[in-house]
Design a binder for this molecule. Structure first.
Ligand code: PGA
Length: 257
């Protein structure tokens, strides 16, 4: 059985005080590891330390939104995997569509980051997803296929056990438009079948595939009930405890099979 996983991607939001307040509200509501759901927050780099201190000894885990794949050295403005580990991060989000589209990150760069993160001891939330134009052109599966091939190049079936996939259709991110349950389930099933074909059926059965893109308290339950949806990567609705916690509760309440 795959444990559900709800992760908050705070993106470039919060300030020191609001980050700690939000983290504190989540830590109070999730004081210990929940029986069925893993919970993580991914604040901006400058607040990782303070948020990490606030959620210590709670059931909320710490993640970063990005990392650089080289060892510490002359890479102005970048953050190394070992720095994130040093700060208590368990997770790192890689390949987010904002990194791919705004900052031009290629599948090849994402694969190097994934390799470095896994080698350095982080678990990876690897994001894939098609744009509106790609979906309209009937290319969703081809896009997912090439993003998975490219981003996981060089990751063997043992290492991939530390990877969670996040299916995030670009047209659903921050737009208020959510994928229908059928669209989400169909993409998730495609990704699981891909894992079975390119790794093996055990990897496919064990790997968690999160949905991301305008997940809200109102739509979380139906999405999370889909057989191949194992949790949510939440952007906007992760910035308020009163929006994020109901999504965690929805994940706890889901019954499958
Ligand atoms: P959203 O963002 O929930 O605000 O759509 C999701 C994401 O980008 O991970």
């Amino acid at each position: 059985m795959r444990r559900m996983f709800v992760a908050g991607n705070w993106k470039m939001n919060t300030l020191a005080r609001s980050a700690v307040e939000l983290a504190g509200a989540l830590a109070r509501a999730v004081p210990a590891r929940l029986p069925k759901v893993d919970v993580a927050v991914c604040p901006p780099f400058p607040y990782l330390s303070a948020v990490g201190g606030t959620i210590a000894r709670s059931g909320v885990e710490l993640g970063a939104q990005n990392a650089w794949h080289e060892k510490p050295g002359a890479f102005t403005g970048e953050v190394a995997v070992e720095m994130l580990v040093d700060l208590g991060c368990r997770w790192v989000i890689l390949g987010h569509s904002e990194r791919r589209l705004i900052f031009g990150e290629s599948d090849e760069l994402v694969s190097r980051k994934t390799e470095a993160a896994l080698a350095g001891g982080l678990d990876v939330i690897l994001c894939v997803g098609e744009t509106f134009e790609q979906r309209q052109a009937g290319r969703t599966e081809a896009v997912l296929d090439s993003q998975m091939q490219g981003s996981l190049a060089g990751i063997d079936s043992r290492a991939v056990g530390k990877v969670v996939i996040a299916y995030e259709p670009v047209w659903a991110i921050g737009t208020g438009v959510t994928a229908t349950t059928e669209q989400a389930q169909s993409a998730h099933l495609y990704l699981r079948t891909w894992l079975s074909r390119c790794y093996n059926p055990d990897v496919a059965a064990a790997t968690r595939i999160l949905y991301g893109g305008s997940v809200k308290p109102q739509n979380a339950q139906l999405l999370l009930e889909q057989p191949d949806v194992d949790g949510a990567l939440v952007g906007g609705a992760s910035l308020k405890a009163e929006d994020f916690l109901p999504i965690v509760r929805a994940a706890e309440a889901v019954r499958k099979g």
